[in-house]
Write a protein that binds this ligand. Structure first.
Ligand SMILES: Cc1cc2nc3c(=O)[nH]c(=O)nc-3n(C[C@H](O)[C@H](O)[C@H](O)COP(=O)(O)O)c2cc1C
Length: 335
């Protein structure tokens, strides 16, 4: 239900590792733990924002927080707008911190929010950082969605300068270009989640709900692999999250080699939790981590720093796109 359901691809089929038949490593010495926003994670993985906009998501957030705690990965709550507008809804978010006292937990609001609202969202869940989402594509296909985005860049700059926690700016499935990433960097942003095309597709979802609304945007957006490489090839000192259509351990590993510090998954995690329950989601996440460690072994990488230095080969549509944008695709192949 939350997949792209058209032929839009996140683009990972265009990125390959080089198999290492002589790894000289033991499985039990492979370490994929990392530090993100000052907290240690079992693996570079996050349950991305998924529960925004609904009044009653307490049980979903409880389940997701318990899974994050059990697996040692990060979690972002969905947009807290509803709880700012109606204090009765707060509990649907505070439950995430109650179930996961020590874990890395991110708040979430639209990037058009005020400083006061962002401070409230952070305080509500004692968040380690806040995600600000950019979702023009989603708003446009929603009935009564936001239609005015003037001043959004300056607002982000104001928030970054004045909030007491790190600010991560994310898309919601349409991707970020290197121009947007550069503008965000100039606005003081240091954490970016590209959240590109190829996974959850809000244009398709809204199109299904409302007839033709959104259907013309079904294939709109920058595929995740391209968006990620556009971002990391800027060379800017950014901490980058890869999300949007990541569905396997290999997608996760390729994202890390392409320069991401963290990876995130939303739609499929929600689907497994709702349809099969907490234990199934815990098992899925453990399998993803075990698979990441296997890929690390087969590239000869004992830790994430080593994985990030492994060569990757870019081919097909992704390579062609990057070349036409003047990005050196051999940057990643010869290192
Ligand atoms: C049901 C659902 C609700 C979402 N709500 C939010 C939200 O409130 N805030 C946000 O920043 N992103 C939201 N997202 C977007 C995800 O965080 C993510 O950027 C996007 O789904 C792409 O990842 P995926 O392909 O793994 O689902 C939502 C996604 C889903 C599936």
């Amino acid at each position: 239900m939350w997949d792209s359901e058209d032929d839009a691809s996140a683009g990972f089929e265009d990125i390959s590792f080089i198999h290492n038949a002589l790894p000289e490593l033991r499985c039990d010495e492979i370490d994929c733990s990392c530090i993100f926003m000052g907290k240690k994670l079992r693996a570079p993985l996050m349950i991305n924002a998924i529960t925004g906009g609904h009044a009653d998501v307490t049980e979903i957030n409880r389940g997701l927080a318990r899974v994050a705690a059990a697996t040692g990965i990060a979690m972002a709550v969905g947009s807290q707008r509803a709880a700012l507008d109606d204090p009765d809804v707060k509990q649907t978010f505070t439950v995430a911190r109650e179930e996961n006292h020590k874990g890395l937990l991110l708040a979430n609001l639209n990037a058009l929010c005020t400083l006061e609202e962002a401070n409230q969202a952070v305080a509500m869940i004692d968040a380690d950082g806040i995600q600000l989402h950019l979702n023009a594509g989603q708003e446009l296909v929603m009935r009564e969605g936001e239609t005015n985005f003037i001043g959004i860049r300056d607002n982000i700059e104001h928030l970054v300068r004045n909030l007491p926690v790190p600010v991560l700016v994310k898309e919601v499935g349409f991707g970020l270009s290197r121009e947007v990433v550069t503008a965000l960097f100039k606005a003081g942003v240091r954490y970016i989640d590209v959240s590109g095309r190829g996974g959850t597709n809000f244009a398709a979802i809204e199109g299904r709900r409302g007839g033709v609304a959104g259907l013309h945007l079904k294939k709109w957006g920058i595929p995740t692999a391209i968006s990620l490489l556009e971002t990391t090839s800027t060379g800017l000192p950014l901490t980058v999250v890869a999300s949007g259509g990541l569905r396997s351990s290999l997608d996760i590993a390729l994202s890390l080699a392409a320069g991401a510090a963290l990876t995130a998954i939303a739609g499929p995690f929600l689907k497994v939790l709702v349809e099969k329950g907490e234990d199934s989601l815990i098992n899925l996440i453990k399998e993803l981590i075990a698979g990441l460690e296997q890929v690390m072994m087969l590239t000869g990488a004992a830790n994430l720093q080593a994985l990030m230095g492994k060569p990757i080969i870019l081919t097909g549509y992704t390579a062609e796109w990057l070349q036409r944008r003047g990005i050196d695709i051999n940057l990643y192949a010869c290192r």
